[in-house]
Write a protein that binds this ligand. Structure first.
Ligand SMILES: NC(=O)c1ccc[n+]([C@@H]2O[C@H](COP(=O)([O-])OP(=O)(O)OC[C@H]3O[C@@H](n4cnc5c(N)ncnc54)[C@H](OP(=O)(O)O)[C@@H]3O)[C@@H](O)[C@H]2O)c1
Length: 248
């Protein structure tokens, strides 16, 4: 049986939990993970009650020793990991260049870039052991250099230059860096048959009050689940939304 670990999947309304549900429905054992066990245990039980193979794991991106323990647990139970969905992220804001708090900026980079890299590095031996590893870095069009006013009209959506009214400058730049990391990971891990892609879920109603302008989580998670289950000859080192390639 294939196994998938989804980071930051301890919120019922979040993309992580819905991605886990969709992967679990395909017969994959899904490992829900969150900073606190109490966040994921009831959600894993809920999926098991729906006939999905699921388990819960405590995993904080900012706690390398705790991540090492999590790796040991997955190794002891499964001996490998087929899919890693790097979904967990931190957005503190909004704030622009002039008013951004530097401690908050560090926290966002520490979580979204360093933490994601560190977790991936620690789980790498188990992904290699899979023989068909897949890594999905859940990114955002907010980190894309693409300027929607100048070309590429086939890709409607948001990009870095579109966030003037609601500046999430630091978060957006963490996703730019994450996209760069995707390219580097894809290059380094190709020899181990591990495919690595960035996926923008699109604007999604994962927090109260966003339902009016953002789409349902089930729609957005589909593209993440797709990238997590690519065949061996599938793409790697690219950026997608809804299974369609996005410009960096
Ligand atoms: N919603 C959108 O419109 C949208 C658009 C583009 C991209 N995205 C991306 O989609 C992903 C999921 O976002 P979401 O909208 O579903 O929001 P979310 O539910 O808030 O997901 C983020 C999760 O990351 C977890 N997290 C934060 N720091 C962590 C850490 N140090 N260790 C482990 N987990 C940590 C949070 O856990 P706690 O509950 O403990 O805080 C939270 O459950 C994120 O990468 C986000 O950037 C979302």
């Amino acid at each position: 049986m294939r196994t998938a670990l989804i980071t930051g999947s301890g919120r019922r309304e979040g993309l992580g939990f819905e991605t886990a549900r969709q992967l679990g429905a395909q017969g994959i054992h899904v490992i829900l993970s969150a900073r606190r066990s109490e966040q994921v245990e009831p959600l894993a039980t809920e999926l098991v009650d729906q006939g999905i193979e699921a388990s819960a794991l405590k995993l904080d991106l900012l706690d390398p020793a705790g991540v090492a323990t999590a790796v040991q647990r997955v190794e002891a139970r499964f001996g490998k990991l087929d899919i890693l969905v790097n979904n967990a992220a931190m957005l503190v804001g909004p704030a622009g260049v002039a008013d951004k708090d530097m401690d908050e900026l560090l926290l966002e980079f520490q979580t979204n870039v360093v933490g994601t890299w560190s977790v991936t590095q620690q789980f790498l031996p188990l992904l290699v052991a899979s023989g068909h590893g897949r890594i999905v870095n859940v990114s955002s069009g907010a980190g894309s250099f693409w300027d929607p006013d100048h070309g590429l009209v086939n890709h409607p959506g948001f990009a870095m230059a579109r966030f003037g009214d609601m500046p999430i400058t630091a978060y957006a730049l963490t996703k730019t860096a994450l996209n760069g990391l995707t390219i580097k990971m894809a290059k380094d891990l190709k020899r181990d048959n591990i495919l690595v892609n960035s996926v923008c879920p699109g604007l999604t109603a994962t927090h109260p009050g966003t339902e009016g302008f953002a789409r349902p989580v089930a729609d957005s998670a589909k593209g993440i689940a797709w990238a997590a289950t690519l065949p061996d000859d599938g793409p790697t080192g690219l950026f997608f939304r809804d299974e369609k390639q996005l410009p960096w």
